[in-house]
Design a protein around this ligand. Structure first.
Ligand SMILES: Cc1cc2nc3c(=O)[nH]c(=O)nc-3n(C[C@H](O)[C@H](O)[C@H](O)COP(=O)(O)OP(=O)(O)OC[C@H]3O[C@@H](n4cnc5c(N)ncnc54)[C@H](O)[C@@H]3O)c2cc1C
Length: 332
């Protein structure tokens, strides 16, 4: 177990915010986690992964918990479906690379998503028509309230679009490992536009194509700090959608009608139409190639720069289109 006080979190958030926490604890096993004297730690307590969906708005006054449970166990029964148990601290993309290298199908569309396996199961990460819930059979946790290990089936995880019951549980459950099922049988998922013509002869070839597409669109956090998509795509009523169209005369507003009649509109389009592509605030900037992403352009952006840019974008989109954007990135 590693425990440090006044710990520098710069390497544990992909925005590269230079922030510190009062206490940092990294554990290697469920036993180490359960032996922690939680009552003696500075509060609040927050568990993080790679910090790729977080914005630290300043120094964190409490304890940051981090998992170093890093094993990958294959339960090879010689069947088409292969169960894999993965420790929560494994880097998600390292896992995908290994699965693709072994020729197992299922995770290749989720290549290059930053972060760790535990958080991937909290966030229900998704890309190119696949979500991690499609692979999950069960999740093992440690219940910080009851102070005991527990397990959830995929149905109990309450998965929806970037949603799960873990997100609603106010940090009660620390995910310690995830049981996934991958397939030996070819199972390419190429229905998403952009993947239709890719070489689907192996999961590794699909992974290569996905990586190529992602690199052309999104900043690599090791070059340019960001937390990926900063805002959620708003879901609005049909009446509100008519108002959005009225505010963009002569333009076709991109949209997707949901089964409940509500309409999803790309936040990137709204932000772009408000003239924010490339806009700067201190060291922060709206990414030129994808206005849904805010980047730490100078490498020295302060949390306040990002918060101010966020405030201006929300106000401007609201004023022009009457739509209130909500952040996808969790503010801490
Ligand atoms: C360039 C870029 C591209 C991205 N592209 C995508 C994409 O295509 N699709 C997508 O879905 N996301 C994407 N993301 C968002 C992000 O990668 C995911 O949300 C990822 O799962 C976050 O993982 P993390 O380990 O960094 O978690 P963190 O950001 O550290 O934490 C996320 C949440 O999980 C909780 N958490 C972390 N670990 C645990 C644990 N073990 N137990 C319980 N709770 C825990 C935290 O408290 C927090 O609430 C992108 C981000 C970036 C920077």
């Amino acid at each position: 177990m590693r425990k440090e006080f006044n710990f520098d979190l710069s390497a544990l958030n992909t925005f590269r915010m230079k922030v510190r926490c009062a206490c940092f604890v990294e554990y290697q096993s469920v036993d180490e986690l359960s032996s922690l004297d939680l009552d003696s730690l500075p509060k609040p307590i927050k568990h993080i992964g790679g910090g790729s969906n977080l914005l630290f708005t300043g120094d964190f006054p409490g304890t940051i918990l981090h998992s170093a449970i890093r094993y990958i166990k294959y339960v090879d029964l010689g069947l088409d479906e292969v169960p894999v148990v993965v420790g929560a601290g494994v880097t998600w993309d390292a896992l995908v690379e290994e699965l693709c290298g072994y020729g197992f199908w299922g995770a290749e569309n989720l290549s290059l998503i930053p972060g760790e396996v535990g958080a991937a199961a909290v966030q229900n990460i998704g890309a190119y028509g696949v979500e991690i819930k499609d692979l999950i059979s069960g999740v093992s946790c440690y219940d910080l309230q009851e102070r005991r290990p527990c397990k959830f089936s995929v149905a109990e995880c309450g998965y929806g679009y970037r949603e799960s019951m873990f997100k609603e549980s106010d940090g009660r459950y620390v995910i310690t490992s995830v049981l996934l099922r991958v397939s030996r049988k070819p199972r390419p998922r190429l229905e998403y536009k952009g993947l239709a013509d890719v070489d689907a002869s192996s999961p590794a070839s699909v992974r290569e194509a996905v990586i190529g597409i992602r690199r052309s669109k999104l900043p690599d956090p090791s070059d340019l700090g960001s937390a990926g998509s900063f805002f959620k795509n708003p879901v609005i009523s049909a009446a509100d959608f008519v108002r959005v169209c009225d505010a963009a005369p002569g333009e076709t507003v991109p949209h997707y009608v949901l089964s409940n009649g509500f309409v999803k509109v790309p936040a990137a389009w709204l932000i772009d139409r408000c003239g924010f592509r490339g806009e700067r605030e201190g060291g922060a900037q709206v990414y030129e190639r994808q206005p849904l992403v805010i980047v730490n352009a100078s490498g020295e952006a302060a949390p306040g720069d990002i918060l101010e840019l966020e405030r201006r974008i929300v106000a401007s989109v609201n004023e022009r289109f009457g739509v209130t954007l909500s952040p996808e990135v969790e503010h801490i």
